[in-house]
Ligand binder design. Structure first.
Ligand SMILES: C[S@@+](CC[C@H](N)C(=O)[O-])C[C@H]1O[C@@H](n2cnc3c(N)ncnc32)[C@H](O)[C@@H]1O
Length: 244
């Protein structure tokens, strides 16, 4: 397995927003800077290192104070169980993405996108509606030495037409978000895309409409996660009934 040296992180040129996110960020990780990010391996995907929150709430407070107004929660500073499981699956089954154009929908930290790039995807695009996530994705891609395009937009009213593979880690995390993700997933499946979700069983994956490809035991609890999830599945849609 690759040993992470921190070299791409040290060499990267960061934007102003990235410099704000990365203020006091550390590699190797240091303790005692609880409103900062620290670079570390992802528990289920140690091939990938990410800038992760020491304490998401304190990081959020620091960024809001610096921004001067409310910001979305920094979901991008946590590798969510669904994303960890999906990234693990992609690295263990590289033929799913190898040589193909891949979209990581609701990318957060960029974990799944980075895994797809490492697994040999031809092109990888990471999408999120949070501009801070986009800055983090680019910093994390640099740190892992991979190229990822980014789109900060809501793409869920389309069918992801530019992409052969659509990956979505932990995108069914509230009823409201699931209500826009599931029709998008259905449209993408119907036009022939390969669609894979990582989902820790939050209750928004419709039974019978998503088939389980594999289930990982003991997805580790991470900072910002809303309760222990000990089983996380990789799912794929099976029914056009998802389409609206
Ligand atoms: C629970 S996090 C999961 C992040 C990442 N996929 C992972 O598994 O670690 C959900 C992400 O979805 C993003 N999001 C929510 N609604 C979205 C939408 N309509 N389009 C794109 N991203 C969205 C949020 O900004 C957040 O980064």
């Amino acid at each position: 397995m690759k040993t992470y040296s921190g070299a791409p992180y040290a060499a990267a040129t960061h934007s102003a927003l990235q410099r704000r996110l990365l203020r006091n960020a550390s590699f190797p990780p240091r303790t005692g800077q609880q409103d900062a990010l620290k670079m570390g391996p992802v528990p289920m995907v140690p091939e990938v290192h990410l800038f992760l929150a020491e304490d998401s709430v304190l990081l959020w407070a620091r960024l809001e104070a610096e921004d001067g107004g409310p910001l979305p929660a920094p979901y991008w500073a946590t590798p969510w169980p669904g994303g960890q499981a999906l990234a693990r699956y992609v690295l263990d089954n590289p033929e799913v993405v190898a040589g193909r154009r891949v979209l990581d929908l609701a990318s957060g930290s960029g974990l799944v996108a980075i895994a797809a790039a490492l697994a040999g995807a031809a092109e990888v695009t990471a999408n999120d509606t949070d501009g801070y996530a986009i800055a983090a994705i680019q910093a994390n891609a640099n740190a892992n030495g991979v190229q990822i395009a980014t789109v900060v937009d809501d793409m869920t009213d389309g069918d992801g037409a530019d992409f052969e593979v659509i990956l979505a880690g932990d995108c069914l995390y509230t009823a409201e978000v699931a209500a826009v993700m599931l029709p998008f997933i259905g449209r993408a499946m119907q036009r022939g895309a390969t669609v894979l979700l990582g989902d820790p069983g939050r209750g928004y994956a419709p039974p019978g409409l998503l088939r389980t490809l594999t289930t990982y035991e003991s997805a580790p609890l991470v900072s910002g996660e809303d309760g222990q999830r000990d089983r996380t599945s990789v799912l794929t849609p099976v029914a056009v009934a998802l389409t609206s």
